[in-house]
Design a protein around this ligand. Structure first.
Ligand code: C2E
Ligand code: MG
Ligand code: MG
Ligand code: MG
Length: 274
């Protein structure tokens, strides 16, 4: 087939670009109605200690669109953040998580449920009060709820974040720093921030145990976190070799497909390790 002429190529790029814009528009208008149309759902991914006992779950949001199908949060969360829709979506997630916790605790759950929080929620001045209200409304003790905030979100506005983090501590909430190692934070911040856990990003776990650089990074993160009195959990653990390397290096907890995928079903009363 003959080479495309420059004008044909321009047309090709223009239509490709047009499709992307169209998908983006379709997702934004869909997201606005996703809660109302009952297209959002929570999944739960278990977390384990070194003895492989389940200690809790991370809440992961799922979106099922009638035309687009199942859309990955890696794609729709950034859009929700750019458009501000994350504030109402995040609030919906929190409320569902607390309703779930209320039920689970009544059935004997004594672990923690970790909810992802975006920068825009963290920097919303009403956020800490909203959590306090929801905890009270659902009659759930704060120790069962953990908030996961990415290192990048925390560093966006350190002063503001510190004020909210201190409110979280007053409320008795646990705080985990998500995707640790991917941002450019100064370790000094974590000495003053009330953080209880560090989550090692999947991208460092995936190279274990063959990649020397990843080994050094993971070991450094584990030792640094422990020296600041934080626990460490590794995300994205997919192989036995990774799990045993991490356990030997002193990593407190593990999360990943090896031990459990995100699922609609979370705590069941018979899984009473917790
Ligand atoms: P994250 O918080 O770092 O969550 C971990 C992601 O890694 C999840 O992807 C999870 O399904 C995936 N994962 C877990 N174990 C493994 C593994 O062994 N191997 C591999 N390859 N992947 C694994 P998911 O569910 O697609 O979520 C992507 C991101 O979307 C999350 O990353 C989080 O940043 C964001 N997200 C999800 N739900 C929410 C939410 O309710 N609120 C906010 N603000 N963000 C959310
Ligand atoms: Mg997370
Ligand atoms: Mg993470
Ligand atoms: Mg991650």
């Amino acid at each position: 087939r003959a080479k495309k002429s420059p004008s044909e190529r321009v047309q090709f790029f223009a239509s490709e670009f047009g499709e992307q814009v169209h998908r983006r528009q379709e997702m934004i208008s869909g997201l606005k109605l996703a809660i109302h149309n009952q297209q959002l759902e929570l999944q739960f991914q278990p977390q384990f200690d070194r003895a492989r006992a389940c200690t809790g779950y991370e809440v992961l949001l799922r979106w099922y669109h009638p035309v687009l199908g199942s859309v990955s949060p890696a794609e729709f969360i950034p859009l929700a953040e750019q458009t501000g829709l994350i504030v109402s979506i995040g609030d919906w997630v929190l409320e569902q998580a607390l309703a779930t916790l209320k039920l689970w605790v009544a059935q004997g759950f004594r672990g923690r449920l970790a909810v992802n929080v975006s920068a825009m929620q963290l920097h919303d001045e009403a956020f800490a009060d909203r959590i306090a209200t929801l905890l009270e409304q659902y009659g759930v003790a704060a120790r069962y709820l953990e908030l996961e905030i990415t290192e990048t979100a925390l560093m966006e506005n350190v002063e503001r974040a510190m004020a909210t983090l201190n409110r979280f501590r007053e409320l008795g909430l646990d705080l985990a720093v998500d995707d640790f190692g991917t941002g450019y934070s100064s370790l000094a911040y974590f000495k003053v921030m009330p953080v209880s856990r560090i989550k090692i990003d999947r991208s460092f776990v995936s190279g274990l145990p063959e990649n020397d650089q990843d080994e050094v990074l993971c070991r450094t993160i584990i030792n640094m976190a422990h020296s600041m009195g934080c626990e460490v959990i590794a995300e994205g653990v997919e192989t036995e070799a990774q799990a045993s390397w991490l356990a030997l290096a002193g990593c407190d907890e593990l999360q990943g497909y090896l031990l459990g995928k995100p699922a609609l079903e979370g705590f069941l009363p018979e899984n009473i390790d917790i």
